[in-house]
Design a protein around this ligand. Structure first.
Ligand SMILES: [Zn+2]
Length: 307
């Protein structure tokens, strides 16, 4: 079974200028999910989303976000995080969708879900908005699986061209959540060297595979096949989460990689097969970046085709 989840509220984040992270992205992604034959379901508000956000984000950060919206501020924390009247509503809707999708995946066998959300989440820190991200969507889905569905081991693989600093920092001391990332390096946001492997109890539960600008399909495949997939197999997750960013594509306006659409089709197949092997088929992919509208539609379709 496979299903895409989204919410109309995600489109209430309307940056007031020609920002790369814009509502048309989500329309393109939903088009790609439909092209791939995935049913798309509108997620209701999730009853636990406020308490879920509070599990990983500082209360003072949520209050600061609320106050900034009430005051009509134009930015939160950084120039990459513009605010519109509906930005907080959209960030909450993205969390609702991720929690609903996590619940759905956790409560059956062979369930593959795709959370088509914006704003994205993997750069959001416990108390700072950055990199177009406000709340830590994929991390909140992982926490939902641990806290509400008694999962003991959850893995997150992040293939966005940018390092998922927020996801890593939220879980780097934990043994129950494994975070693996391939990303362009050195590049925004500056984190993600191979030496970052977790800390305290979480040593060895963070895996960074930095790859240079110009990385092509073969170099990506070597890194994923040679390093990431074996590490995921060793960890034996009960659910596989994926931070699916499509900005490593050769024509993406922000990323510096040279991946073709075949790289995304290949990752879709490999990750689905791994989830079938290790996780009873349970897999949830969450949209992160990707800034070419044509690319988002095409790459979402190619990534979701294998299921
Ligand atoms: Zn990105």
């Amino acid at each position: 079974m496979h299903r895409a989840f989204t919410a109309a509220g995600c489109q209430q984040h309307q940056p007031p200028f020609a920002a790369p992270e814009r509502p048309a992205r989500l329309e393109a992604v939903l088009g790609g999910a439909s092209d791939a034959g995935w049913p798309v379901e509108d997620s209701p508000a999730h009853a636990l989303s406020a308490s879920a956000v509070a599990r990983l984000h500082a209360p003072r950060y949520v209050e600061r976000f609320e106050r900034a919206i009430e005051r009509g501020d134009g930015l939160l924390d950084s120039a990459d995080n513009p605010l519109s009247k509906g930005t907080l509503e959209a960030a909450r809707a993205a969390v609702d969708v991720c929690l609903t999708a996590a619940d759905w995946v956790a409560t059956g066998e062979r369930r593959k879900a795709f959370a088509a959300v914006r704003p994205p989440g993997h750069h959001a820190e416990r108390d700072v908005a950055m990199g177009f991200c406000y709340f830590a969507n994929v991390a909140l889905a992982a926490e939902q699986l641990v806290g509400e569905h008694s999962c003991e081991r959850v893995a997150i693989f992040d293939f966005d061209v940018h390092h998922g600093n927020g996801t890593q920092h939220l879980f780097e001391k934990r043994r129950d959540i494994f975070f693996a990332s391939v990303h362009q390096y050195p590049f925004y946001p500056g984190t993600g060297s191979a030496a970052e492997r977790g800390s305290g109890d979480g040593i060895g539960r963070t895996l960074n595979v930095p790859l240079p600008a110009g990385t092509d399909d073969w170099a990506l495949r070597e890194a994923v096949e040679g390093t990431v997939l074996p590490a995921l197999r060793d960890f034996r997750p009960e659910v596989l989460l994926v931070s699916a960013g499509f900005d490593g594509w050769e024509n993406d306006p922000l990323g510096g990689w040279k991946l073709s659409e075949e790289a995304y089709a290949w990752m879709g197949r490999e990750l689905a097969a791994l989830a079938d092997d290790l996780c009873g088929g349970r897999m949830l992919s969450v949209l992160e970046g990707g800034y070419s509208l044509a690319g988002l539609r095409l790459l979402t379709r190619r990534y979701l085709e294998a299921r």
